[in-house]
Design a binder for this molecule. Structure first.
Ligand code: IMP
Length: 175
């Protein structure tokens, strides 16, 4: 059990299991994008660890870029969604793979998809480490999902609680 600020968390998914699953996603991506040169758009801050493990295991010619966009403060979705910050690469005509830590209500991802669509990519797919199907407000087509989880708050492996816990090398769930 670990404590972060006022909350306690218990072990949820261990590092070996996470890395095994990321390996599976990476081989799927490597097969699907064979002979193509995708652009990975990593959504900071949460996706940094997932993205690191994933792209290391994808032996394709590819570009990797980082953006910021968030709709969350503490444990509740605020519904406020910000614009993409930091996208400098030319996306027009490219095969884009968005790398996200978690798709919860889907508000953030929907906003991101809308903004990326305006840049005329050839294709867009999503790779998310976690997905909470019960929290999703409207359907989103997600091709690469690490784990579908219950609608409970998790930390670790890049995900934070009020800025803390991102460096934990496994996933923990609120107890
Ligand atoms: P959405 O817009 O509700 O889908 O929320 C997406 C963002 O909320 C993610 O990129 C995370 O930053 C954050 N988030 C959602 N659920 C959790 C959680 O269980 N733990 C930590 N962050 C979360």
């Amino acid at each position: 059990m670990i404590t972060i600020l006022d909350k306690t968390f218990v072990p949820f998914i261990d590092r070996a299991k996470i890395e095994e699953r990321i390996g599976e996603l990476a081989s799927q991506i490597s097969t699907d994008y064979k002979d193509r040169c995708p652009v990975f758009i990593v959504v900071l801050n949460g996706a940094f660890l997932f993205a690191t493990e994933l792209v290391k295991k994808v032996p394709l010619s590819c570009e990797i870029t980082f953006v910021k966009l968030s709709s969350y403060t503490q444990t509740q979705s605020t519904g406020r969604v910000r614009e993409i910050i930091g996208l400098e690469e030319t996306i027009s005509g490219r095969d884009v793979i968005i790398i996200e830590d978690i798709v919860d209500t889907g508000l953030t991802m929907n906003q991101l998809l809308e903004q990326i669509a305006k840049l005329n990519p050839a294709s867009v797919e999503i790779a998310t480490l976690l997905h909470k199907p019960d929290a999703l407000l409207k359907p989103i087509d997600m091709r690469y999902i690490g784990f579908e989880i219950a609608n409970r708050f998790v930390v670790g492996y890049g995900l934070d609680y009020d800025g803390l816990g991102r460096n934990l090398d496994a996933l923990y769930v609120i107890s």
